[in-house]
Design a protein around this ligand. Structure first.
Ligand code: AMP
Length: 197
């Protein structure tokens, strides 16, 4: 069982590269942002709470987010076959909780892929995505807040995972396929190989 974390700022390409990782490494995708947006679309109580944070560009509180992730791991049998975690963890507390939850299930995070992109490019990408997809939090004010939250609360995870020897720094600008090649080569150096060659 292989568990990967795809890590990076909003707009760094986590969703796009996740699709390639799922396809090539045979992983199950857990995107916490998508799970929350699905709750908002269905009008659930959780969706109502999540929307108050997401629309302000803030993080959902750790205890709630960790509880949601635990439910996802427990309730979907595909999660036991290996997961790509997209958008989780976003804080040191979440990273520690993920280590604990996976250890309790006899597993671990094998590698973290960090997509690194300049803030100016991130803003341009997110504004474009907002126009194309209509995602409500892809407007300039919320984007700036999300980048601030990323730098203050999420970026410290780079050090956390570097200390664990799991962090793979990837230059996230350029052609999608070239970035994926870099990811593949970096994972191969950690002895993580695709199912499809
Ligand atoms: P994303 O689709 O990953 O960019 O997430 C969209 C929004 O959902 C974020 O800006 C947060 O408000 C919320 N969110 C997603 N994942 C998490 C998480 N792991 N912890 C806290 N909030 C999250």
């Amino acid at each position: 069982m292989l568990n990967l974390v795809i890590f990076g700022a909003p707009g760094s390409g986590k969703g796009t590269q996740s699709e390639k990782l799922i396809d090539n490494y045979g992983l199950y995708h857990i995107s916490t942002g998508e799970v929350l947006r699905d709750h908002i679309a269905r009008g659930t109580e959780l969706g109502r709470v999540a929307d108050t944070y997401i629309s302000r560009g803030q993080l959902i509180p750790d205890d709630l987010m960790i509880h949601i992730l635990g439910d996802l791991l427990d309730n979907d049998p595909r999660a036991a076959e290996g997961v790509i975690f997209d958008g989780f963890p976003r804080t040191i507390n979440q990273a520690k909780a993920l280590n604990k939850m996976l250890a309790e299930r006899g597993s671990k995070v094998h590698a973290v892929i960090g997509l690194e992109v300049d803030d100016d490019e991130l803003v341009d990408r997110l504004l474009l995505r907002g126009q194309q997809s209509g995602r409500a939090d892809d407007n300039l004010d919320t984007i700036k807040q999300r980048l601030h939250v990323y730098h203050s609360q999420t970026q410290p995870l780079q050090e956390f995972y570097k200390e664990e020897g799991k962090y793979h720094s990837i230059h996230g600008s350029g052609a999608i396929d070239d970035i994926f090649d870099d990811i593949r080569h970096s994972l191969a150096r950690a002895d993580v190989h695709p199912k499809k060659q």
